[in-house]
Ligand binder design. Structure first.
Ligand code: ATP
Ligand code: MG
Length: 419
């Protein structure tokens, strides 16, 4: 794409309903300092998209023609991060403004950016012009630039049309963009759920056909995306779309197979995701460990049953063995950090221990660090009749007692909630 062919639409932000008061003062300060020093600087990406959709932006990203070292020399509170892409992080107390130098579009510059034989980008840390920066972005709605000085939105790709139509479209050829970076398919699902956007049938088919490309992505990056997919408050909708687009099986292949024949398992997962969304709405704490446990429970309990059929191991032992096995086989898909997998195993083993309903067991279990999460997991299992009612009733009483005691304890200690 040559520069002359690119038409920029510059539209008054006020006429688009952008409320400048919703923009972070710190982000505006960064823009101001950069422009006063003779550089070009814009707010870009998700923050502008969200402002246009009346959603409070999660964070504010800046794009500029200043290079990382130049940015660093302008801000005392700046740190350069990243090896593949050098980015500047400018800190204001708890707020972090990410400033990125314009990068060249992988599509427009095959000389400087490298691809593997499947078209995946291996290197694209090449600085470019703003026009190039636009075309390396994923979706049209994510490629709007806001000039705070003139209070204008710059639209190079008709991104505003997509926002108005609530439609998700890639910039450029969708298949090529998916091949360059298959994670963009997960991003599509995330934005569909978060923004309530449509994905047309043509693009849907292209995603379904290319879903398998996710298996070439490093498992640690998939884990990061997993967190964004399921801990942003739209987990239930996201799960539904991942299934529709054949993407769920790339994350949890065994669970995907199992839910096709086991409606209870699907219902169990949906209930867990509904709870997660509600907890996020109510600003209650959540942990990826619990959700990972929910997604892996099907294959793990199935495997544990098989182990018990073959050997004389106890339920707890078989769950430990099955957890090691199933978590292990998932590691090359989704890298689960050890700090989560060990506590997840404890939560599974607790499910077996809950079957013993004695006072001694109640004392032992309620003292353990995993009790609360394991009890919540038990409750979830009860929604699909996965455990006897007497067991639930017994542990519910224990939980209530524990809760009361700890509340009394907290009162005596003048406990103050951090939340
Ligand atoms: P949110 O912050 O709500 O998750 P976002 O669109 O801001 O959404 P980020 O991951 O913060 O998402 O990325 C910021 C911007 O960087 C995006 O809007 C997009 O323009 C660009 N971008 C991010 N990831 C990619 C990618 N994999 N391919 C192309 N462009 C990307
Ligand atoms: Mg963002």
């Amino acid at each position: 794409m040559t520069k002359q062919l690119i038409k920029i639409n510059k539209i008054d932000a006020v006429s688009l309903g952008i409320d400048k008061k919703l923009i972070s003062i710190n982000a505006l300060k960064v823009l101001q300092r950069l422009t006063k020093s003779g550089y070009q600087a814009f707010l870009v990406g998700g923050c502008i998209r969200d402002l246009l959709l009346d959603i409070r932006p999660k964070d504010f990203d800046v794009a500029t023609d200043a290079e990382p070292e130049e940015i660093k020399s302008l801000f005392r509170n700046c740190r350069l991060i990243g090896r593949r892409f050098r980015l500047a992080h400018i800190r204001f107390g708890r707020e972090l403004i990410e400033v990125a130098t314009y990068r060249s579009s992988a599509e427009s510059d095959n000389e400087r950016s490298k691809h593997d034989n499947k078209g995946r980008i291996l290197r694209d840390n090449v600085y470019g012009s703003i026009e190039e920066d636009v075309f390396r972005r994923d979706f049209k709605c994510n490629a709007l630039y806001y000039d705070s000085d003139k209070d204008k939105v710059w639209d190079f790709v008709n991104g505003l049309n997509d926002i108005e139509a609530c439609q998700l479209n890639f910039i450029g050829d969708p298949v090529k963009r998916i091949q360059e970076d298959p994670v963009r398919m997960l991003r599509a699902v995330r934005f569909k759920a978060k923004l309530n956007f449509k994905i047309d049938s043509e693009l849907s088919n292209k995603i379904k056909m290319n879903a398998h490309l996710l298996n070439g992505i490093p498992a640690a990056r998939i884990f990061d995306e997993f967190i964004k997919l399921f801990q942003s408050g739209y987990a239930e909708k996201t799960f539904d779309s991942l299934l529709t687009f054949n993407l769920f099986k790339e994350l949890f292949p065994e669970t995907d197979k199992q839910i096709k024949t086991d409606v209870n398992l699907k219902y169990f997962i949906e209930n867990a995701l509904k709870n997660t969304d509600t907890r996020i709405k109510n600003r209650q704490s959540i942990t990826p460990m619990f959700l990972l446990g929910v997604f892996l429970w099907g294959p793990i309990s199935k495997k544990a049953n098989k182990i018990r059929q073959k050997s004389k191991s106890s339920k707890a032992q078989s769950l430990i063995l099955a957890s090691y096995d199933v978590i292990g086989t998932h590691q090359d898909r989704l890298a689960i950090p050890k700090r989560f997998s060990s506590i997840m195993r404890e939560m599974f083993v607790a499910q077996a221990k809950f079957e013993v309903t004695t006072e001694a067991q109640a004392k032992k279990m309620s003292d353990s660090r995993i009790f609360r999460a394991a009890y919540d997991f038990l409750l979830l299992r009860s929604t699909t009749n996965d455990c006897p009612k007497e067991v639930i009733d017994f542990w519910t009483k224990v939980e209530q007692k524990t809760n009361n005691t700890s509340l009394r304890f907290k009162k005596n200690k003048k406990y103050r909630s951090k939340r």
